[in-house]
Design a protein around this ligand. Structure first.
Ligand SMILES: *Cc1c(COP(=O)(O)O)cnc(C)c1O
Length: 232
């Protein structure tokens, strides 16, 4: 890893941490109440190692096999916690069950059962993903399904439902996400779920103002992704 690349990363990281801090102060929240999830999908393992050397510990991956492979390669990095944040096919549930510290995209019972069967050791922290804007073909359960879904998954061993997550409709305008973040926070509160995973590079400051406890930020940290997702 070249030192100029490392320096550029350190600067982006410091800038991001300052923005997160300011959003916390601006909304009367303790900075410690918001955690940064560094979304490393489609970035090479040496970038993750560099981020770890600079103190980051939580990394988000979208693809189960990529998570499996990176976790195996970086097994020696102390304190590193992997978060699966993308949709997972049932046949790949084992990779998430084996490697992840948390899963941010739980949205169907069949997958929950598979994760439950395959998890060993401490329970997998799960965020139920909501299709909060009721978009056609979008991942996530509808708000109307949430009570029954929570009831069903609460019976499964090996999973700990800690919160809710969402990815609002893509927009260039961060403010457009606000009503969806608000709606997610209301649902989490109603069900006494403490964690809210919401906000990306585009709109993390709005998400923090609306109560995010985890922001999932990729591009602002690692730059543009090197591989295009459609190639996978
Ligand atoms: C890629 C991704 C992110 C990060 O997006 P950036 O715009 O790169 O910050 C966050 N959440 C999910 C679910 C993602 O797939």
């Amino acid at each position: 890893m070249s030192s100029s690349k490392q320096q550029a990363f350190a600067e982006r990281m410091a800038q991001l941490q300052t923005s997160i801090h300011q959003a916390c102060i601006g909304s009367n929240r303790a900075p410690s109440s918001v955690k940064l999830l560094a979304v490393s999908k489609l970035h090479p393992v040496d970038s993750i190692q560099m981020a770890w050397e600079l103190g980051l510990r939580n990394f988000g991956e979208n693809y189960a096999q990529e998570l499996r492979d990176k976790a195996a390669t970086l097994i020696g990095l102390d304190g590193l916690q992997w978060h699966a944040i993308g949709p997972v096919q049932k046949k790949n549930a084992k990779y998430v069950a084996q490697s992840a510290w948390a899963f941010h995209a739980l949205d169907n019972f069949g997958l929950a059962e598979k994760l439950s069967q395959q998890r060993q050791g401490e329970p997998l922290r799960c965020f139920v993903q909501l299709n909060i804007a009721n978009e056609p073909k979008k991942n996530g359960i509808s708000p109307a399904q949430l009570p029954a879904f929570l009831h069903a998954v609460s019976a499964l061993r090996g999973l700990h439902i800690c919160g809710l997550s969402c990815l609002p409709p893509a927009s260039e305008v961060p403010e457009k996400s606000r009503p969806y973040f608000k709606a997610l926070a209301t649902l989490a509160h109603r069900h006494q779920l403490a964690e809210l995973s919401m906000g990306t590079t585009q709109d993390f400051h709005v998400a923090i103002e609306e109560g995010a406890t985890w922001v999932r930020v990729g591009t602002a940290l690692f730059g543009e992704r090197t591989l295009h997702e459609t190639l996978l």
